[in-house]
Design a protein around this ligand. Structure first.
Ligand code: ADP
Ligand code: MG
Length: 444
């Protein structure tokens, strides 16, 4: 029955729809006397699609091919049994991740959907804008999502693509990382297939380019991307990009790209606050169907405040305990061990003020000089070191650090930190001094 019906779908649907939604589905139960069938699909996105359209067609095809009358079709999500350890390794290994992504043809990973994205104060603007774009809005075009690692940029961007396809399966959505774009372009030039590649990209209705900061310094790829960008906006296609910083802070990025990247809307995503971290952990335990005690959840949310990827890493290890030791629930002790293993025990708060005091004492100058405007070497270098350490040892943004140093511009802070880190490699006295300072500051 299934193969006859699948054949019908194959004839009727576009290839990507078939590959993504029909091929992975399974007829799990079938009861001719009760006129019922149960279809199993691998994720929520598929289930949605099945409920919206395919279930109806399934009924028609069942009748056409086998004269089966179906009155009721249940569509169930059965997540493939993934080994959690393997999942963890996959997360740590971008190559495997990429292969997993490529399996899905249009390069979108169906696991990233809006439904599983927890919205909080620090990402709600980004979420709202991404949702609007996925629904066809041209108001934020291009949309640029920027922020640190593991804060959900890729998740939101992929959800934008998945939701756009859900709304209108006939549009052409394309997800690439900027490295993939670069590699595609390089091999197209080598093989003389640039025309084909251009067509592929420039016809996109929705182009998603992840991590554009990696276009830095790649001149001919930037040129190609510039034209792609113009073509897509020219035919009212939409573009979403992510970056770890604002375009103007990406070194060696053509001015015309910097300005175009900011034509639409740039929204930042920041670290989730405590409540949002709890909500994210609850979402994870629901998704994985693993019960974790509330106090353990709160403990983890309190300790892990860096980013969502790290939160997820801890949760997965906690989940392993609860999953394989059936009946056993992870305790705070377990969580403490896991944090120690992962080296995420919460660091005591280091402040910029404390860094300034320590550095000033070390170089025998005053904190006022450190924050002041003097330009002699004896002051400037300690100042740059203190800025560098503030960046390294605290979570403060560049503008924040600038403010704490007597109201300096964030670019000054950026130059200072870059200068020190560039020098660290070649300058061993500097290395030594920084190491000593770091020890003094973190109290080891
Ligand atoms: P980025 O691209 O910013 O480095 P990712 O999108 O890869 O971050 O997110 C890292 C992990 O954290 C992913 O597994 C993602 O699903 C999850 N994640 C991030 N933010 C959220 C959120 N707000 N709600 C639920 N999961 C999230
Ligand atoms: Mg990412």
């Amino acid at each position: 029955l299934w193969s006859a019906i699948a054949d019908r779908f194959r004839n009727k649907l576009e290839r990507p729809s078939y590959d993504n939604f029909i091929q992975p589905a399974r007829l799990a139960q079938f009861d001719a006397s009760k006129h019922t069938a149960v279809i199993e699909v691998p994720n929520e996105l598929s289930r949605d699609r099945w409920l919206k359209t395919y279930a109806k067609e399934f009924t028609t095809f069942a009748f056409e091919t086998n004269q089966m009358l179906l009155a009721n079709i249940e569509v169930r999500v059965v997540e493939p049994v993934v080994d959690l350890i393997e999942e963890i390794e996959k997360n740590d290994n971008p190559d495997l991740q990429r292969q997993a992504v490529l399996k899905h043809g249009n390069n979108l990973d169906p696991k990233y959907i809006f439904d599983t994205f927890v919205v909080g104060a620090t990402n709600q603007l980004a979420y709202g804008a991404a949702l609007a774009v996925s629904e066809g809005s041209l108001e934020y075009n291009p949309l640029l999502l920027y922020g640190g690692v593991g804060l959900g940029k890729t998740h939101l961007m992929q959800a934008t693509g998945n939701n756009a396809l859900l709304n209108d399966p006939n549009q052409k959505v394309l997800y690439v990382t900027s490295e993939q774009f670069t590699n595609d372009f390089i091999s197209a030039v080598r093989n003389g297939t640039t025309e084909k590649l251009r067509e592929e990209y420039r016809n996109a209705d929705l182009l998603l380019v992840d991590d554009v900061q990696f276009l830095s310094g790649k001149e001919s790829t930037q040129q190609e991307f510039f034209h792609t960008f113009n073509d897509i906006l020219g035919h009212s296609g939409r573009i979403v990009m992510t970056s770890d910083r604002l375009p103007k802070d990406i070194p060696d990025l053509e001015d015309r790209l910097v300005s175009r990247f900011q034509w639409g809307l740039s929204v930042d995503i920041n670290k989730p606050d405590f409540e949002t971290r709890i909500a994210i952990l609850l979402e994870m335990s629901e998704k994985e169907n693993i019960e974790v005690d509330r106090n353990v959840i709160e403990f983890i949310a309190k300790q892990v405040d860096s980013n969502v990827r790290e939160l997820e890493g801890v949760f997965k290890r906690v989940a392993v305990i609860s999953k394989f030791d059936s009946g056993v629930k992870a305790t705070i002790d377990d969580a403490t061990k896991i944090l120690a293993e992962l080296d995420i025990a919460q660091k005591s708060e280091v402040t910029i003020g404390f860094i300034q005091e320590t550095v000033a004492k070390f170089f025998n100058i005053s904190v006022a000089d450190l924050k002041g405007k003097k330009r002699n070497k004896e002051i400037v270098i300690p100042r740059q070191i203190a800025m560098y350490l503030s960046r390294e040892l605290t979570d403060n943004s560049l503008p924040n650090i600038g403010r704490e140093f007597g109201g300096k511009d964030h670019t000054t802070v950026m130059h200072a930190t870059e200068k020190i880190s560039n020098n660290l490699e070649k300058n061993s006295p500097l290395q030594k001094n920084i190491a000593i300072l770091k020890k003094q500051i973190s109290g080891e």
